[in-house]
Ligand binder design. Structure first.
Ligand code: KG4
Ligand code: ZN
Length: 341
């Protein structure tokens, strides 16, 4: 049984994993706390993690019907993330592993996202029997990465964003439109009643054959667009049309480049995870493009798209099965940890 902790940003999460099954995945979100500041405030995030960690851990153990002596390994996100936020979860995991005399898996947050599309429904163990090489898109408020997962625990980063993350582009554009934080889900909802072809926003780096992204120019073009049309966002239908048009631009770039990378690598499976994978247009666009090419598509379940400890625990279990046995003594947090090959 693995007890996993995730505190890299603004979700405090503890999961209990046994034999490939997620017995519990409790998440305390801090969105409400940070919304009045329009973004995550690191100091507040850390305090909130410290406040929430033990109640969340107790709830996860109770839900799993487990007690601490049942835990055979501990896992926690080691990086990348907000330094003090990581420290809150990781040092707790270290102490627990030390006291229980169990291995401690310090997990890379992005590597955990890579495995989240394989969680849910049936036990992950059964899902991993069907594991196939894939191209994985990780899109959230903090990261945008395209990764070639050559096999289990074997991946190469293809590209990433040169500036803003995709979720950041959603959030900053939504802010320009006067929508509340985090703007991504609100923009998605309004876009559902808008015309995606109403306005033509740029598709940054779509024509570029590489695997990198860039979203800050798109956000700036929305700002200039609105400056030239004062009051436009006060018209409800025009607002929905702008939302749909911006969303279409972000989604086309993400989906087209992901599927193009899979084709280029000769990979027949595409996966996606991270908060932006909740976006309804992105899910539709990836599904349409993958079905056209005959590719398998595995989208993380919305419950496992946003940050969660289940993905941390599932990855730790795969590492445990592969024979890794790291101790609590030889690791420390790595806030700027890049996902290596
Ligand atoms: O993975 P996540 O919970 O946290 C990190 O940033 O690590 O992702 C949050 C991001 C935010 O930028 C949020 O606006 C975006 O995911 N997001 C969405 C949607 N749901 C969440 N963006 C677009 N459409 C959505 N439905
Ligand atoms: Zn994340």
């Amino acid at each position: 049984m693995i007890l996993a902790i995730e505190t890299s940003c603004d979700e405090t999460s503890v999961a209990v994993i046994r034999d490939g099954c997620v017995l519990a995945n409790v998440v305390a979100s801090q969105i409400q706390l940070h919304s009045e500041y329009g973004g995550v405030v690191p100091e507040l995030a850390t305090r909130e993690h410290l406040r929430n960690l033990l109640p969340v851990a107790r709830a996860a153990l109770a839900q799993a019907g487990a007690t601490l002596p049942d835990v055979s390994a501990v896992a926690a996100t080691r990086g990348p993330g907000l330094p003090a936020a990581l420290m809150a979860g990781f040092t707790s995991a270290q102490a627990l592993a030390f006291v229980l005399g169990r291995p401690l898996f310090g997990i890379h947050h992005h590597e955990a996202h890579l495995y989240s599309p394989w969680i849910g429904g049936e036990p992950a163990r059964a899902q991993f029997e069907r594991f196939e090489p894939n191209v994985s898109l990780i899109v959230s408020g903090g990261h945008t990465l395209l990764v070639h997962v050559r096999g289990e625990l074997d991946h190469v980063v293809l590209g990433g964003t040169l500036d803003d993350a995709a979720g950041e582009c959603f959030d900053k554009t939504a802010k320009l439109l006067g929508l509340p934080y985090p703007g991504g889900p609100v923009l998605d909802r309004l876009a559902g009643q808008g015309n995606p072809a109403a306005f033509d926003f740029p598709r940054p780096m779509l024509a570029d054959d590489g695997h990198d992204f860039s979203f800050s120019g798109l956000k700036t073009s929305v700002r200039y667009f609105l400056e030239k049309r004062p009051g436009l966002a006060d018209d409800p239908q025009a607002l929905r049309d702008v939302c749909a048009s911006v969303q279409a631009a972000i989604v086309e770039v993400l989906a087209a480049k992901t599927v193009r990378a899979a084709k280029w690598l000769g990979v027949r499976c595409v996966t996606a995870s991270g908060g932006v994978t909740c976006n309804s247009a992105l899910r539709r666009e990836l599904a349409a493009r993958c079905s056209k090419r005959g590719f398998d598509l595995r989208l993380a379940d919305p419950a496992f798209c946003t940050d969660n400890a289940a993905m941390v625990g599932i990855l730790a279990e795969r590492k445990l099965r592969a024979g890794h046995a790291p101790t609590a003594f030889d690791q420390e947090i790595k806030p700027g940890w890049a996902l290596a090959a």
